[in-house]
Design a protein. Sequence first.
Length: 102
Amino acid sequence: MRELSPTLAVYFAEAAYEIKKKVDGRYATPSLEFLNEDFDFDFNNVAQGVSGTFIEHLFGHKTGFALVGTGIPRGRYDGHTVIALRGTDNKRDAITDGNCGF
């Protein structure tokens, strides 16, 4: 894989948190706009998950957890794929972290 610049790495990290929820029915953020110069994203397949207590599972409170970008054809990252995962961001995530291994 071609090395990502620190700037691209930061934008991927920001985008992983920005995809938690859609805005006006779509994922549109400054980070994604910047990344679209080099990568294509399939927003129909954003990896989602449920974190928190069993109540969150009952109500299906899903949020975006991972973003997959594929290098645009004939671009600098043609043939490369980047997967950006978000970490703990709120109380629900912290509860899930605490439940790991139990």
